[in-house]
Design a protein around this ligand. Structure first.
Ligand code: HEM
Length: 395
């Protein structure tokens, strides 16, 4: 049903979890909403707004006063189940938590991760190289972020086997686990470490964050769990998806592979450009108070869905946005792959480092690679769009 504040010419039927053609090309599927209006109303998933224009997407994303982060997603019940800190908090509550987490992710700590990330990346690639091909998502992309997370929180990387199924449910849910079961499984895994780090802080990421008081008082166990859960879920399927998109782009564009092999100094800016070109995260905001925008009134409580490709691939926001140009050299804060404003990704520096090290190690070890003949990559849309299958081959 169309609410009173929605004009008839704004109504579409677009399921953000199954956009038309999304399983074969996620970006093309999202491009179909771009058009003559900046705000559209989809009847799917209970009805919500979708920002269909780049500038408007960025504007709403950055306006935390009018648009609250509490909802988390249009999926009913997801926000209530997860209660993420800091992702679902609004000002002023958000600030002290975010600031503690940002300190935990200080640049020196991220840079100190380089040897570990490089070594796990290198080891995986060394195993794959003689096989002349792989299913990239399961055999590489899903493994690295779990390993990095375990190292960050200072637990044995053998625990990878325990977290792997959770990561897979997040990236490729098969319907066997509800959101609550997924949350509980993550909490059950994390709880002993959190309790230990609250009592006896060490040098790891959780300890560093939990040692910073929140407005002069210690973190409660509930707050600590909500934060640790956010870090776990925030840094798995997003990074998996980033790896998949980078690998797919290079597999389809051997000239870009050759350029980066020849000019490895371009790799850091290539990582930024590939992250701009292939953004996979969407967020949901609730309207805090009635507001007029783009010729319509958004009502208090309405949900607005923001997809970063709508901004990053808008020709009004970036010149020739579909082209990958390693010398575009724009600061990463210009695109919305990592969000914009108060909630911009706290793991952005870490994700960028993972991308750079992947490019360096992969391109120096694997010869020219391609999508395996007779196969096509498959995608799954959602709050984090994912590549679910990517067969690569090399000679
Ligand atoms: C390529 C990889 C990644 C992408 C594309 C990504 C994307 C994003 C985006 C778009 C937001 C903003 C959400 C919003 O505005 O509602 C965000 C926030 C966040 N991300 Fe990431 N992220 C990535 C990696 C990571 C990593 C590695 C971690 C941690 C280990 C992480 C932890 C978080 C957290 C905790 C927030 C919430 C920040 C806040 O609410 O203040 N992310 N991320």
């Amino acid at each position: 049903m169309r609410p009173d504040n929605v004009p008839a010419d704004r109504v579409i039927e677009f399921d953000v979890f199954a956009p038309p053609g999304g399983e074969s090309d996620y970006f093309a599927a999202w491009d179909t909403v771009r058009g003559k209006h900046g705000l559209l109303w989809t009847t799917a998933n209970g009805g919500h707004w979708i920002a269909a224009d780049g500038e408007l997407t960025r504007q709403i994303w950055g306006d935390a006063e009018t648009f609250s982060s509490e909802a988390l997603a249009v999926t009913p019940g997801l926000g209530e189940a997860m209660r993420f800190i800091p992702l679902q908090q609004d000002a002023p509550e958000h600030k002290p938590f975010r600031s503690a987490i940002m300190k935990g992710f200080g640049n020196n700590h991220v840079m100190a991760m380089e040897p570990v990330i490089r070594s796990v990346t290198r080891d995986l690639i060394a195993d794959l190289r003689p096989r002349q091909g792989c299913e990239f998502m399961q055999e590489f992309a899903e493994i690295v972020p779990i390993h990095v997370f375990l190292t960050l929180i200072g637990v044995p990387t053998e625990d990878r086997a325990k977290l792997r199924p959770l990561g897979q449910q997040l990236t490729r849910p098969d319907g066997t686990m509800t959101v609550e079961q997924l949350r509980d499984a993550a909490d059950d895994y994390l709880r002993p470490y959190i309790v230990e780090r609250l009592a006896n802080p060490g040098q790891d990421l959780f300890s560093r964050i939990l040692a910073i008081p929140i407005e002069g008082r210690p973190w409660t166990l509930d707050e600590a769990q909500r934060m640790c859960r956010n870090l776990l879920f925030g840094g798995l399927d997003t990074v998996v998806s980033m790896f998949g998109n980078i690998a797919l782009h290079l597999a389809r564009n051997p000239k870009d592979q050759a350029l980066l092999r020849e000019r490895p100094d371009l790799i850091p800016q290539a990582a930024d450009e590939l992250m701009r070109r292939y953004p996979m995260v969407s967020v949901t905001r609730n309207v805090v108070h009635d507001v007029d925008m783009d010729g319509v009134t958004l009502k208090e409580g309405d949900l607005v869905y923001l997809n970063s490709s709508i901004h990053n691939l808008d020709p009004k926001c970036f010149d020739n946005p579909l082209a990958v140009d390693f010398e575009r050299n724009l600061p990463p804060v210009r695109h919305t792959t990592m969000g914009v404003g108060a909630h911009r990704c706290v793991g952005a520096g870490l994700a960028r480092l993972e991308a750079i090290l992947f490019l360096e190690e992969w391109l120096s070890a694997i010869p020219t690679f391609r999508v395996r003949e007779g196969t096509s990559p498959t995608y799954r849309a959602g709050n984090v769009g994912a590549i679910t299958d990517l067969r690569l081959a090399w000679d």
